[in-house]
Design a protein around this ligand. Structure first.
Ligand code: PEP
Length: 223
């Protein structure tokens, strides 16, 4: 699976235009898009898996400004990104808070994609162990070294392999792990060929439908 993360980009009109250009180019590929809440209704389709980029840990209630799992499901989301490094850093989301969201998503029957990864200078194993504490059940992991997100730097194949193997060691061999961090059309082929990499999470390079469609093709991830 290769998943694009639009972050806070695109109005619903721009999202619909993107889909008109993108869908005909990615027929037969295993691809998903994590879009803003406000674009979920505009990207509904049968070929590309649609997801949200966050959700509340609560079911409903007095939580002004929050969006629940039932609400994103209602708009067609089949997965939800949780614990993205921007949520952890900019919005101070803690491991325990993110764990509650993962459990909520699993209870409500939507696939959580939990983002994990170390900052520059941090010890990889220690960080992954803390971020994956209490995590189990049906989910995907996205390993994204924080220093590689949006920077143009990517982790070396040995490091990606080591991190993915470590996550699989904690969660079970069958757990699928995506790699994220400045994936683009220049490096996708090498990243996709790494043994432990089950898919990719692509941020900036997913914003243009033609560029992302090219990356999807280069990934070779067919249905
Ligand atoms: C991301 O948003 O998860 C990401 C990996 O971004 P980028 O590809 O731009 O580094």
């Amino acid at each position: 699976m290769i998943i694009g993360n639009w972050k806070m980009h695109k109005t619903s009109e721009e999202a619909a235009a993107y889909m008109r250009a993108f869908l005909p180019q990615v027929k037969g590929f295993k691809v998903g898009l994590a879009v803003p809440f406000t674009a979920l209704h505009a990207v509904q389709n049968d070929a590309v898996l649609i997801g949200a980029q966050n959700m509340s840990d609560e079911m409903s209630g007095a939580f002004t400004g929050e969006i629940s799992c039932a609400m994103i499901k209602d708009l067609g989301a089949k997965f939800v990104l949780l614990g993205h490094s921007e949520r952890r850093d900019v919005f101070q989301e803690s491991n325990s808070f993110i764990l509650r969201k993962v459990k909520r998503a699993q209870e409500e029957g939507i696939l959580p994609i939990l983002c994990v990864g170390e900052k520059e200078g941090q010890e990889l194993e220690r960080v992954l162990q803390e971020q994956l504490k209490g995590i189990s059940g049906n989910l995907l992991i996205a390993y994204e070294p924080v220093w590689a997100i949006g920077t143009g730097k990517t982790a070396k194949p040995e490091q990606i392999e080591k991190a993915h193997r470590f996550c699989k060691g904690l969660l079970g061999k069958k757990t699928e792990i995506l790699y994220g961090g400045s994936v683009n059309s220049e490096n996708i082929a090498e990243i996709a060929s790494i043994k432990e990499v089950d898919g990719m999470l692509v941020g900036g390079a997913s914003l243009n439908p033609d560029t992302f469609a090219k990356i999807v093709h280069q990934s070779g991830r067919k249905k």
